[in-house]
Design a protein around this ligand. Structure first.
Ligand SMILES: Cc1ncc(COP(=O)(O)O)c(C=O)c1O
Length: 448
């Protein structure tokens, strides 16, 4: 099928996610024929840098040969079996390795996407409190500007109005903590110190709701969909202390930060805290299959462990929980991380990525608030003459995206926030090309 034919077939039938379909009239989808390493290859022979790791999940790039081999070997045995009342070596070994990431989080519950893992942790927390004599604990708190997915509970916990507004009337209440200071990265003054008056305000709100709160959910250190905003790990230390004192769970949503994006295997390591629930997805399988994992403490697990007729079982299920092909990919991913020192390399290379974003800002004067942590660098499009941001309705980010795509980089922005979030093993020369394309795409964008 030729590219044009494919695109017209697609647009006749496919409703794409997170999109205004009318936009596809001016920006048709790219017809992907193949993907390898840091590139998508189109049907008409173009190589496009996947600068956002296909929605942040291709941590070690497309078509990694070791993962292909592991998935193929698993396929030879079986691709999927019901997870209730069966066990298999791949999943048991994966679970052992995952629980080693954070030794006090010893139990692993599986689902097949990030939002569902958010729902699972929230449901587990509610049921835990009900079963341990605190049925009034049924509220959730989360951070201002957070994002936790698109299902109803996850949307309620999030704070990105763009996604939640149409459903506002149906969403359960969730206490929003903040606003609070966002910073430019680990070298910023604010990394080591969270503003005391902002904490006092957060603490006051938490105290008011303490006896009704089940859990606090947050993206540690880096708020992704909320336009790549970074905050001090000190806030997490304060939340950990407060939550322990008030019998409130901490749910660390590491769906995008987990597996190295912030320069540590888990972003919680920046704060040296252990949450009660840890959520992983995206890079868990190196983007090879839908899988998410909810890790929790023995204390939580034990509150559900009882005779069946006590009604304490956690009866959540998803057909594809523990999907074996994804589990094989995840297990191999963990081995690759260990054997290839992926995390050490991210730490070494992260300043280079940030420097490239700064270079784009200096060259074009069209970017402000350059920021970055780990292997993520971001900045906001501004008017080069005045340095002021544009009104969102002008959609400068969208225009930039279209230009960058034409020039060979898939740089889908968040509003007017441009960001680099490439696979960790992207070559330096590809990163140089990415920076040059970004400069050219911004220069071509009408920024007056
Ligand atoms: C922090 C965070 N939580 C939850 C989700 C939802 O995951 P999924 O898209 O797999 O439902 C995302 C997705 O981007 C995310 O970044």
């Amino acid at each position: 099928m030729k590219a044009e034919e494919l695109i017209s077939l697609d647009l006749k039938h496919v409703w794409h996610p997170c999109s205004q379909m009318k936009d596809y009239q001016t920006l048709p989808p790219i017809a992907v024929e193949k993907a390898s390493g840091s590139f998508l290859y189109t049907k008409d022979g173009k190589a496009v840098i996947d600068a956002i790791s296909s929605w942040w999940c291709k941590g070690i790039g497309h078509a990694h040969p070791r993962i292909k081999k592991a998935v193929t070997a698993q396929m030879e045995k079986f691709e999927h079996v019901i997870m209730a009342n069966t066990c298999n070596e791949t999943l048991a070994e994966l679970s052992r390795r995952l629980s080693e990431l954070c030794p006090s989080l010893d139990k692993v519950f599986y689902a097949d996407n990030g939002s569902t893992s958010v729902e699972i942790a929230m449901k587990m927390s509610l049921q835990y409190h009900a079963q341990t004599g605190n049925p009034d604990k049924k509220d959730f708190a989360s951070l201002v500007n957070g994002y936790h997915g698109e299902s109803i509970l996850a949307l309620a916990a999030g704070d990105c109005g763009l996604y939640s507004e149409p459903f506002e009337k149906q969403l359960p209440h969730s206490l929003k903590l903040g606003p609070f200071e966002h910073i430019s990265g680990m070298k910023s003054e604010g990394w080591k110190k969270f503003p005391e008056e902002q904490w006092r305000d957060i603490e006051r709100h938490l105290n008011l709701d303490a006896s009704y709160l089940a859990a606090i959910i947050f993206e540690p250190v880096l708020q992704g969909a909320g336009a790549m905003k970074i905050y001090s790990p000190e806030l997490l230390k304060k939340l950990r202390k407060w939550a322990t004192e008030n019998n409130v769970h901490l749910i660390a949503d590491e769906i995008m930060t987990g597996f190295g994006r912030t320069g540590k295997m888990l972003a919680c390591e920046h704060a040296a805290i252990v949450p009660d629930f840890l959520l992983l997805s995206k890079c868990l399988t190196a983007g090879w299959g839908p899988m998410s994992a909810v890790l929790c403490t023995d204390k939580i697990y034990n509150a559900f462990y009882a005779d069946y007729d006590t009604g304490k079982s956690f009866l959540h299920s998803n057909t594809f929980a523990g999907y074996a092909l994804a589990a094989a990919a995840a297990l191999e991913t963990l081995k690759i991380y260990e054997e290839e020192n992926i995390i050490d390399n991210i730490e070494k290379r992260s300043s280079g990525l940030l420097k490239r974003m700064q270079y784009v800002a200096d060259e074009t004067k069209a970017l402000a608030n350059v920021r970055g942590v780990g292997f993520m660098a971001a900045a906001d499009i501004v008017n080069p003459a005045s340095g002021a941001p544009y009104c969102a309705g002008l959609r400068k980010g969208f225009e930039f995206f279209r230009n960058a795509m034409d020039m060979g980089a898939f740089l889908r922005p968040i509003g007017d926030t441009v960001y680099f979030l490439p696979p960790f093993n992207t070559d330096e020369n590809i990163l140089d090309d990415l920076a040059e394309i970004t400069v050219r795409a911004l220069r071509k964008t009408t920024l007056k």
